[in-house]
Ligand binder design. Structure first.
Ligand SMILES: C[S@@+](CC[C@H](N)C(=O)[O-])C[C@H]1O[C@@H](n2cnc3c(N)ncnc32)[C@H](O)[C@@H]1O
Length: 333
């Protein structure tokens, strides 16, 4: 047994916690995840902050394995400094941003990550581009396309981040919104992508309209609602939310996960929310601006004839230095 730092959570929180620790790049690969009564204890490299209480625990070592994929490169420490720690493991592929100085050696880095995570292929992420918010992906190791299949919150999702927006990092946020949906309610997702939120809401008993302007996202969304057995509860619409919204029935929940531009769609969303319903708004904000932004949205909604109050606010993830992606739920009367 090895005594090491660990994050302890009840078994039902194990999956989201594991995802979060991978995202933070602190989950140790050299020690086995432990069970303690009804709890699960994850071995971690460092203390994980106030939200994930870090304790000391005894873990069983795994068979000899590198702790980080960079260890598989066998480079000198100075050479390895630029190797990115962060990556996303999505289905049978992994995605990471290769810094410019490592570009000539990208194949080596990609191959190390491919072996470490035992994935089919590794892609360089050239960033999110264009109005469809797709990723400029370039394969640097392994073979095959960027299309893959993932499991999230019990759903099977066909995704292709090079053709349609998808971020596994939003899984908790989708689950948070879906948990507020009551059977028999309606949900409109104005920027539905490949329909992960729509499927979760349908499984919670809602009737869903999922809208997206990107034909590839719509195609994948239609495959996904069939694959998850909710095709009868989810209508997928291709088109601009501004146009499609006018054809939809009002709903108890209207989701607007287009953080850079959702506020330009408030006039479209406001009439869609049933009295007492929730508008799930998203925005990239500086931490100190969140309250002001919420007040500005309440004021704008009043201008569109709706009284609103902030019902919930959630920091979804860090975005860039000083800014974060926030989810703001407004209850409209
Ligand atoms: C950030 S993604 C959100 C995807 C989805 N909600 C999720 O959780 O995976 C934004 C989506 O909005 C779509 N989009 C951008 N502008 C749009 C518009 N004017 N009307 C409808 N969809 C739009 C993009 O194609 C993209 O799929």
């Amino acid at each position: 047994m090895v005594r090491a730092l660990g994050v302890r959570v009840p078994a039902q929180e194990a999956e989201p916690t594991r995802r979060r620790l991978i995202e933070m790049d602190v989950l140790r690969q050299d020690l086995k995840v432990a069970r303690d009564g009804g709890d699960v204890v994850f071995p971690v490299l460092e203390s994980c902050g106030p939200m994930l209480t870090t304790i000391t625990h005894d873990f069983e070592p795994r068979d000899e394995r590198a702790v980080r994929y960079a260890d598989l490169l066998g480079w000198h420490e100075e050479e390895a400094v630029a190797v990115p720690r962060a990556f996303e493991h999505v289905g049978d592929i992994a995605v990471l941003k290769i810094p410019e100085e490592l570009w000539p050696r990208r194949a080596e880095v990609g191959e190390a990550l491919r072996r470490f995570r035992r994935v089919r292929a590794v892609f360089h992420d050239g960033g999110v581009v264009g109005p469809y918010r797709v990723r400029a992906l370039e394969r640097i190791a392994g073979d095959g396309p960027s299309a893959t299949t993932i499991q999230e919150s019990g759903m099977t999702l066909h995704i292709d981040m090079a053709r349609a927006y998808f971020s596994p990092r939003l899984a908790d946020e989708r689950a948070r919104v879906a948990a507020q949906v009551q059977p028999g309610e309606r949900l409109v997702d104005l920027f539905g992508g490949v329909a992960p939120l729509g499927i979760l809401a349908a499984r919670a008993g809602a009737l869903v309209d999922s809208v997206d302007i990107n034909p590839d996202a719509v195609k994948l969304a239609r495959e996904n609602i069939v694959a998850n057995g909710v095709a009868e509860r989810v209508q997928v619409h291709e088109g601009d939310a501004r146009v499609v919204a006018a054809t939809l029935q009002p709903a108890h929940h209207v989701a607007m996960n287009l953080p850079h531009a959702a506020k330009d769609f408030l006039a479209v969303a406001a009439p869609l929310v049933l009295p007492g319903g929730l508008l799930h708004h998203h925005e990239i904000l500086r931490d100190e601006d969140v309250e002001g932004a919420a007040a500005a949205i309440v004021a704008e909604l009043r201008g569109h004839g709706r009284l609103a109050e902030l019902a919930a606010m959630r920091h979804v993830r860090n975005y860039s230095a000083g800014t974060s992606h926030y989810a703001l739920d407004f209850r409209l009367t």
